[in-house]
Structure formats: C-alpha cells, structure tokens
Write a protein that binds this ligand. Sequence first.
Ligand code: PLP
Length: 360
Amino acid sequence: MRKVYNFSPGPAMLPASVLERAREELRGWRSSGVTPMEMSHRGADFIGIAEKAEAALRAALAVPSNYKVLFLAGGATGQFAAAPMNLLRGKTKAAYIETGYWSRKAIDEAKLFADVGVAASSRDGGFATIPPQASWRFDPTAAYLHYTANETIGGVEFHEAPRVDDVPLVVDMSSNLLSRPIDVTQFALIYASTQKNLGLAGLAVVIVREDMIGRPLPGTPSIFDYRRQADERSMVNTPPTYAWYMAGLMLEWLAEQGGVEAIERRNIRKASRLYAAIDASPFYSNFIDPAVRSRMNAPFRLADANRDKSFLAAAADAGLVSLEGHRSVGGMRASIYNAMPEEGVETLISFMLDFEKRWG
Ligand SMILES: Cc1ncc(COP(=O)(O)O)c(C=O)c1O
C-alpha cells in the first residue's frame, strides 16, 4: 500500500502499530475467539479492557484519586451541555473565554442552561491571539470558568492553564489532551472528544473532581449525569465499546512512546520545524500570534490563494492528505497530533519547499 500521511483534524490518523494490533485482535481476542467489537459491555473481557484503559489514562496524566474518570458517548459536543448541567450546582451564571470556533460552540450550548458571561474574547482580532488573563472580567459568583485549550480550527493553543483560584476551572481539551503533561489538580473538569489523540469518534473522556458532582440541574438526562455515570462505571447505557477499546490501545501506545513528557518533546520538535519553514518563506504564512500557535493544528495560507487547489491536489499526489483548512478559515491546515511521526512533518515541509520552487 502507498505510504500516506494523513493531516486530518479528526477523526485523525492512528499509529500503524495500533491499527495492526486492532486488526490482529479482530481475528479473535486472546483465546475466546470473540472480538472486542462483539463483547458484552458487562462481560469480564470488556470490563477488563475498560478498567485497563481507565488505569492507563490515570497513569498517563497522574489523575488523583479524588477525580472520577468517565468514558461517555456524545463526543465533546455532549459535554458542552453536560458541563453546565452538572457544574452549575444551584447557581445560574457561568463564565466562558471565547478564542474561536469551538469555544463559541461551547458558549452557545451552555446558554441553553446558564446565564453565560463572556469573560474575554479575541473575536475583534480575528481569533489570532488569546486575550491576556489580566484583561479577563467575570462575575466571581459564576459557577465555573470555561476555556478551550486548543482551537482545532483556528490553531490557537493555551500553553499554560489559566490560574483562577476563585472559581472552578473547566476545560475542553479535545484536541490537545495527552499531547503534553498537565496538572489535573488545577481543574474541576476536563473533557475531550477522543478522535484526535485517543482513537475513534463518538466518545468523550471526562475527568471530574468528585466534589463537583451530585447536584445536577433538575431534568438532567441520566446519561449526562456525572454522579450516575460515575456510580455505574460509565455504563448507565451501553457505552461505545469499540471506541473505548481503541482509547485503551492508544494509551498503551503512548506509554510505549515514553508517555506525555516524551510525546511533548516530539510535538514541540514537529510544530517548531513546521512553523519555522512557514515563517522562512514569503510563499506561506501563518497568521496566529507566535506565542499561542497550536502544536496540534497549524493553519497556513499561500500568498496566492488561486494556487490552493493545485497545492492540495499535488500534496494528495505526494501522499499528503487532508490538508484543506476549515471552510470558515480557508487556506490549509496541517493537524499533527501525537500519531503524526516526525517523518510526516519533514515530508510535508519538503513538499512545501518543492511546490514553492515550482510556483513561487
Ligand atoms: C476543540 C474541540 N471541541 C469540541 C469538538 C467537538 O467534538 P465532537 O464532534 O466529538 O462532539 C471538537 C471537534 O473537533 C474540537 O476540536
């Protein structure tokens, strides 16, 4: 098969060894002859898979024992609703930081449940930066402050978690969870969809501090009630078992790579090489404040947008696929999650230099 590097923003590329293992285990799991796709979620085999994945996630991020780890259906969009449903806890106000497309989605969904205050927004600057924390203004009675750690579409990333001592911190880490170490104790709630660094779409992981749960908004559906899900080990209903299994394989792979510290070093090398190549060329540009450029998603433009289509076609011919920018931004975007090897980024850079030589 032709070698392809897939720069898709998600569902995203998976490591070859993870795909190989999944393929192997589809031939029959250990001695049982039943594959992970076909197991009852209540059976001992799947319970083993589920517990191992949870333990691996706890180990990867050093999740303290006073946090619950949940594996829930509905992706991060489900969590846009579940966060206010669970964390308002008798209050009405919630504060949000707006840094792009995904934080706006979170805000709009939260408005169904809460009186949402936008504490800071970079909309006026075209979402090219993150408003400095000193400029954030939010009601201290807000139930929580929410931000999006990495704007997958805009290519803006918080390189440090904000320090807010007076209000619980909630974060959407869909596109950078497990790409670097984090201090879980800074957060009341972390959630992430899994189709970037944790495998397949449809699932979300939730890491929530125990004292935050147990007072859901009246009317909260049981599948969104963190307390009930925690009590029932994320099995209030049948969970997306195969996505959960794949998350487990991704976590085993991450541990083999040396864990989040080692993967962070690799991610820094990949992103720095790519941005350096873009910055060195008059033919390509990235329009994000260099201090907050994303390590996971690098949007870039060609000096002449008329060449976009031929760039994408030639890239695809060279085995570099899914480089098209989001329709709301245009241009190109290279998503370089944990599974993208350094050779993939190097191959992209060589292709870009070649294309520039031909057309620049
Ligand atoms: C930062 C961020 N938040 C939320 C979502 C929504 O995730 P899902 O489509 O799994 O609900 C995405 C999807 O790409 C995302 O990148």
